[in-house]
Design a binder for this molecule. Sequence first.
Ligand SMILES: CC(C)(COP(=O)(O)OP(=O)(O)OC[C@H]1O[C@@H](n2cnc3c(N)ncnc32)[C@H](O)[C@@H]1OP(=O)(O)O)[C@@H](O)C(=O)NCCC(=O)NCCS
Length: 152
Amino acid sequence: MTIKVENLKVNFKTLEEFTQFKEYGLQELSMLEELEYSLVEDAAASPFYGIYFGDKLVARMCLYVKDGHLDGAIQEYDKHLEIWKLEVLPQYQFKGYGRMLVDYAKHFNLPIVTRPRVKSQDFWVRMGFQSLSEDSSRLVWIPDSISTKKIS
Ligand SMILES: CC(C)(COP(=O)(O)OP(=O)(O)OC[C@H]1O[C@@H](n2cnc3c(N)ncnc32)[C@H](O)[C@@H]1OP(=O)(O)O)[C@@H](O)C(=O)NCCC(=O)NCCS
């Protein structure tokens, strides 16, 4: 079985699968509403990326590209990524899926910012993230080099 990270399409199946995750909320509900009222095309690309184990969605994250400079020491980048809602279903944790999603985001070679949930700080430190600034709860990962890879 091939385990890979893929872009999750906006459709009723994906949105049903999202209900398994703890961080199901307003964003998913508004996607559902847009789909129900045909304001968005069925199977349009979403900002969500996920990993299937067989036909079950077991891990997901929301990945946004943000324009503009980040505060602090990383002025050479005029855009960065933000990870939200990184989550692995409980029975699939500690199998490397969280790392796979973070590695996927890292391969764009842009700084990545996230706001960790209370109990996940150690995971992010293991993934190479550090505090964005002394008074910020946000964490950042900074790539070694600038690359030309693009995120759509
Ligand atoms: C935090 C989370 C995303 C990690 O995903 P995962 O698939 O279990 O993590 P991985 O198996 O890829 O672990 C990668 C490494 O981090 C470590 N790790 C994973 N979760 C950890 C935790 N909560 N605390 C400390 N280390 C952790 C693993 O032991 C592994 O270490 P290794 O490289 O030395 O082997 C997952 O546990 C989760 O969804 N938790 C609930 C929601 C949450 O907190 N999300 C964070 C969003 S801010």
